[in-house]
Write a protein that binds this ligand. Sequence first.
Ligand code: BTN
Length: 263
Amino acid sequence: MGVTENSLSPTSITDNLETHFVGQRVIYYPSLTSTMEVARREAQRGAAEGTVIIADEQTVGRGRVRRIWLSPRGNIALSIILYPSIVYLPSLIMLASLAVVYSIESVTGLKAQLKWPNDVLISGRKVCGILIESDVRGGRVDYAIIGIGINVNLRLADFPEFSPVATSLSGELGREVPLIEVIRRLLVEVERLYLALPSGESIYQQWRDRLITLGRKVEVRWGKTIYTGVAESVAGDGSLLLRRSDGSLTKIVAGDVTLRDYK
Ligand code: BTN
């Protein structure tokens, strides 16, 4: 693969990009602490909806529950600024997860799955993490930021600090993957699914159908609390419905799932 095919620049993303607003403005950094930080600043200043902050590498990438997210060069680290109505806020995690799944599948042909709430897996190993941050005031969303990190061209053997349950697109395919093509496809999918929200297209249904968590015995950790049971279903607001051994149903809004019956 030639260097140019994987060298990021705003125009390599925006040129003839088939979207109306997502990715039409791109702010690019070769290296950055976290795209979430810059996105928040830009959103507070009223950046255009769909503005994308992207970096070749992040030095202090943020994961869920205050974890560090490693994003060396060759991976995708980007944040997208949106101004949705509050009713669509719970759908953002669903649409972001689906956009990642669809873009990975269309560019690489690999089959991707979802683990509740927002991990994208290939062959049971994590290839992407998604972080949503929003500011809600007086019942109105001031801004929402979708942060997406995808392990694209990463030889995991060179990065022992990556979790043993992680994978990358190049690792799965055994060849380098056109980074810019994945980014452009991802932006198109995000916009398509975002614009479909008011039409009632069932993002929820598509998301639920992709969750490998459902029907499985799981352990869910949230802070110091651990819940065990069978992941029975997900509610329309994205929360997990866990059937406990005593027959009761617990609604869990956030947490880390371990599949207990995973082989
Ligand atoms: C997770 O913990 O699974 C979520 C990881 C989210 C990582 C992305 S990379 C782009 C954006 N910038 C960050 O600092 N985090 C998100």
